[in-house]
Design a protein around this ligand. Sequence first.
Ligand code: HEC
Length: 139
Amino acid sequence: MARFSFLFTVCGFAAVCTSLLIADHNTPEALEARVVAVGTLNISDTSIAAAEPQGPVDGESVYNASCLACHAAGVAGAPVLGDSTVWAERIAQGMEVLVEHAIQGFTGSTGVMPAKGGNPSLSDEAVTVAVQFMVDQSR
Ligand code: HEC
């Protein structure tokens, strides 16, 4: 009989220990540990993404992010995207001139085109594909 109650005590104790272990997952410390782990993971994800070489840049995305503000409605004298009349003369200058004006900035007869649309973080390549997109949409 003493042996049985001893076994019962051990088993009962084990059950309590198990439930304590399970309950332990929800203590603030355990939650914090998991949050810290997730935070660490995010930081390393970001550095991996930053280290990756940039894929091909999409002209339409660059346009939407950095050029649309002026070129969608013709703000400040900007030639409106899709208006083939105002673009014809500009396109006639050739891509090289258009790209140079877009990268370096340009003051013409209708207003001021800021260098890279005022976004110096854009690569020359990003501006080039944005110009190509605008020209394609405005022929
Ligand atoms: C702050 C307003 C503004 C933003 C933003 C802007 N542009 Fe312009 N852009 C202009 C204006 C104004 C002109 C017309 C200048 C003139 O001919 O007098 C122009 C002209 C141009 C031209 C024609 C240049 C030429 O030689 O006729 C191109 C190409 C161009 N922009 C590309 C871009 C690209 C690409 C972006 C985004 C990266 C951009 N622009 C963002 C205002 C802007």
